[in-house]
Design a protein around this ligand. Structure first.
Ligand SMILES: [Zn+2]
Ligand SMILES: [Zn+2]
Length: 150
């Protein structure tokens, strides 16, 4: 799949049976709402459905960010605010193909949720550690061949 932000080829990353698409160049993450819910659930964020539904049903956010196209259907995505402090706006396909988090935004989502919903243990930190480990994997970036390395 092609990154909606920088048009680079994205990597498929598997984590707890959840498939994420990750852009090695701009550090953005693409996943659908079911995958996002699973990701949060597998880390002890219990009551995230209302929060996610809120995101899915929210009005278009006012944002100066450029509109991006859905990597699946190619249509322009909607800007949606996921939290206010700091203000974080993500892109979401109108047809619910998925959600796009620019580099660092998924981390802000996790931080936000950690404040609102206490995870069972330090689950939020685990996700963050995982994301850091995988998404900022060692190795040279920039050259044509992007693949995850063991
Ligand atoms: Zn990218
Ligand atoms: Zn779409």
């Amino acid at each position: 799949m092609i990154c909606p932000a920088c048009k680079h080829d994205m990597l498929v990353v598997e984590y707890h049976d959840i498939e994420l698409d990750y852009c090695n160049r701009c550090k953005g993450v693409w996943l659908d709402s079911a995958e996002l819910e699973l990701l949060l659930k597998s880390h002890g964020f219990g009551e995230t459905k209302p929060f996610l539904d809120g995101i899915l049903n929210s009005e278009e956010a006012v944002s100066t960010e450029k509109k991006r196209n859905c990597p699946i259907c190619g249509h322009k995505m909607k800007k949606t605010a996921i939290c206010e402090q700091p203000e974080t706006v993500i892109d979401m396909c109108h047809d619910e193909h998925g959600l796009w988090f620019d580099g660092g935004e998924i981390r802000q989502l996790m931080r936000h949720l950690s404040r609102e919903h206490q995870p069972e243990h330090d689950a939020g930190e685990q996700v963050l550690a995982f994301l850091e480990e995988v998404f900022e994997a060692p190795g040279q970036s920039g050259d044509g061949n992007t693949r995850t390395q063991e």
